[in-house]
Design a protein around this ligand. Structure first.
Ligand code: XMP
Length: 510
């Protein structure tokens, strides 16, 4: 679907391409991620075009490029990283594979007044991630910033309205990155801010009414913010024609089934409960491979839905709380990013399911969903709960899932969450949980040798789950949690703390 106005972000496969879309939507302007080779005819109604970063080199044989007519479209163009190099290469500048590779935080110096860097100051820290370098800007372009290593960092041609940034303004580590995107979107492309949560809710309700007609819908609700928000939004549109289903797959957190059910009922949703723990646990017994676990769980979910649907249907639709990052990280065919994990509600669902899929939140990020959820009247404490993956503790138990490891993972997570709440830190971090695998360590308890599991605690700070920083929790808290876990959870002799960011790690270990 091509929407009118706003910004087209042409996707060259960079992991951050989607973040550009997000930042522009945060400015209240519509933005769409589109394939890098989108024909110029589909860009005519756009106010501006951004060329994203990407993993390839513009100098390689398999370099990706845009429809040549885009250069003469008469709309402002901003190239970021790969996009910046593409501008240089295609418009007569010079790109070289330099020995100087810049990754991470770099300082740049602004050389002159410019439209794109307006308001950025003279010196700033930016986020770089590139191997090739623009050696010479194309004719008509002015160099407007250089990096600490003297490499060209930004250029612009104000007559043709073409701009290039070697660094990533969409990444929060780039100082004034938001201002640069705002310069492009508002001052250069003349866009008007129009996106608002109320608008989104009204449009989605109208859209759901339109596509669902007189059909009945089934919504799998996990108690997480995504599926709950999708359900409440759909129920606003269709009332009783929405049937919610909460499936207990036996891999939930301690006390979760009871608390989720009661919350869903309080929200006025028409919800059924199926305890399918035995069949889920049997289906993953002996499975070690993480993607295989996710696939099996996705398949079991689909079977449960099909059976429920047969008994209580007919239903024509399945409503899901899929978010934009789920689609990106599952490697949707329209997007050139690599598949990281099969989030169970996207790529792992079998395609033979005889229900059409409705995903009202598929263009949103988690923090945007939280705003929508609050607007829909979902209580704060529910909205602020830490995200919990669809496959549950299955992705936090490394290797085979056994009853012992499940108990350890569940109890250790419970203790960790409880202590985070007691220290008033629970709501200040994105997620905190425990992981358990097959690694064991020797311990001493009551003068006896023990040989128990190693539990890894993870706590991260994040804005949207796409990138994350490990949380610098106080030692006293970690010490208390460690002591409680080794004392209270049978079969644990050591507790460790995960200190990897995303990237390179992901938040969940599998
Ligand atoms: P990762 O591990 O990919 O996680 O860095 C990013 C965020 O997504 C959550 N997550 C999932 N959520 N189904 C979900 O609904 C899944 O299969 C799934 N896997 C990861 C994760 O908890 C984190 O907040």
């Amino acid at each position: 679907m091509v929407t009118d106005g706003g910004i087209a972000v042409l996707d060259f496969g960079g992991q951050y391409a989607h973040l550009i879309v997000r930042r522009i939507r945060e400015l209240g302007v519509s933005a769409e991620l589109m394939p890098y080779n989108t024909p110029v005819s589909d860009l005519k109604n756009k106010d501006g075009v951004i060329l994203s970063g990407g993993p390839r080199s513009t100098l390689s044989k398999d370099a990706l490029t845009i429809d040549k007519n885009v250069w003469d479209l008469g709309r402002p163009i901003l190239g970021i990283c790969y996009g910046h190099q593409l501008i240089a290469k295609e418009l007569g500048g010079k790109v070289t594979a330099s020995k100087l590779k810049e990754y991470g935080r770099t300082k740049i110096v602004v050389l002159r007044n410019s439209r794109i860097l307006k308001g950025s100051g003279d010196r700033l820290t930016v986020w770089m991630s590139h191997g090739d370098t623009v050696k010479a800007a194309p004719p008509g372009f002015k160099e407007i910033a250089k990096s600490q290593d003297n490499a060209l960092a930004a250029m612009e041609d104000t007559d043709r309205q073409i701009f290039g940034l070697q660094f990533h303004p969409e990444v929060t580590h780039t100082q004034k990155g938001r201002r640069m995107l705002s310069n492009f979107v508002f001052d250069i492309c003349n866009c008007k801010a129009s996106w608002s949560p109320d608008d989104f809710i009204q449009k989605q309700i109208a859209e759901i009414k339109k596509v669902a007609g007189n059909d009945r819908l089934l919504c799998a609700v996990s108690g997480g913010i995504d599926s709950t928000t999708a359900a409440v939004l759909t129920a606003r549109a269709l009332g009783d024609r929405l049937q919610c289903l909460f499936v207990n797959h036996g891999l939930l957190r301690a006390g979760e089934a009871e608390s989720v059910l009661s919350m869903l009922k309080k929200l006025g949703l028409n919800v059924a409960y199926v305890d399918a723990s035995d069949r889920f646990l049997a289906s993953v017994r002996g499975v070690e491979d993480p993607e295989e676990k996710r696939r099996i769980i996705g398949k079991e979910f689909a079977e449960v839905f099909k059976e429920f649907s047969k008994r209580n249907g007919p239903f024509q639709w399945l409503v899901q709380g899929t978010l934009y990052p789920d689609i990106i990280e599952s490697g949707s065919p329209n997007i050139h990013a690599a598949r990281i994990k099969s989030h169970h509600n996207v790529a792992a669902l079998p395609t033979d399911i005889p229900l059409k899929v409705l995903e009202p939140l598929k263009d949103l990020y988690k923090d945007q969903v939280r705003i929508i959820a609050l607007k829909l009247g979902i209580p704060q404490e529910f909205v602020k709960r830490h995200p919990f993956p669809g496959p549950g503790l299955a992705v936090r138990i490394m290797g085979r899932i056994t009853r012992d490891k499940l108990e350890i993972c569940r109890k250790a997570s419970y203790i960790f969450e409880q202590e985070l709440k007691r220290s008033n830190l629970y709501y200040k971090i994105w997620q905190g949980f425990a992981i358990v695998g097959d690694d064991k360590a020797v311990g001493v308890s009551g003068d006896q040798r023990s040989y128990g599991h190693i539990v890894i605690l993870k706590a991260v700070k994040s804005e949207d789950g796409m990138t994350a920083e490990w949380a610098k929790l106080p030692y006293s808290l970690l010490e208390r949690v460690s002591r409680r876990i080794t004392n209270e959870v049978k079969g644990v002799s050591m507790v460790a703390y995960g200190i990897s960011d995303k990237p390179p790690a992901t938040i969940e270990p599998q």
